[in-house]
Ligand binder design. Structure first.
Ligand SMILES: [Zn+2]
Length: 159
């Protein structure tokens, strides 16, 4: 289980190696993603609180990156954080997420990105519930949820 000390270590020194890498031009991303997905994933926009797809949605399933379809979070770690964005206590795997310090808006926060394609997801904070104490605060636009009954997630996603 990852804790805040792990997050700080990753952001300060180096992140876990991703299982694969997806690299493509911003032009290709712009063609592949919806405008809203592109703004969040590639331009680090923040979507509106509450008025987003997964904020109040707790159906079982796996949340994958809207850019590269890599697994990011599982619904079993999703909880109600009253923040207005979907919130999780743990990533799907240790290597799923990349952590970097974000000094924008006169704050020091830890930005979380997809470790495979580098897409911006949101931020992680040390005010989550025990035992991890983590709150991954994630933009709905950066993810797609795949229903739990599909054991082969990617091929089943569009139905
Ligand atoms: Zn990705």
């Amino acid at each position: 289980m990852l804790r805040w000390s792990d997050v700080l270590r990753y952001a300060t020194y180096s992140n876990p190696e991703p299982v694969r890498r997806v690299e493509q031009t911003e032009e290709t991303w712009a063609q592949q993603l919806t405008p809203a997905q592109f703004q969040v994933l590639r331009q680090k926009a923040t979507e509106s609180p509450y008025r987003n797809a997964y904020c109040r949605s707790y159906e079982p399933g796996a949340y994958v990156c809207a850019g590269c379809a890599s697994p990011l979070f599982d619904s079993s770690t999703k909880y109600h954080a009253i923040s207005g964005w979907p919130s999780f206590t743990q990533p799907q795997t240790k290597s799923a997420i990349r952590y970097t310090f974000d000094e924008s808006h006169h704050m020091r926060r830890v930005e979380v990105s997809c470790n495979v394609c580098g897409g911006h997801l949101g931020h992680v904070f040390p005010d989550g519930p025990e035992p991890s104490g983590l709150r991954y605060c994630i933009n709905s636009e950066s993810m797609r949820r795949i229903a739990a009954q599909h054991s082969e997630p990617l091929s089943a996603a569009s139905h």
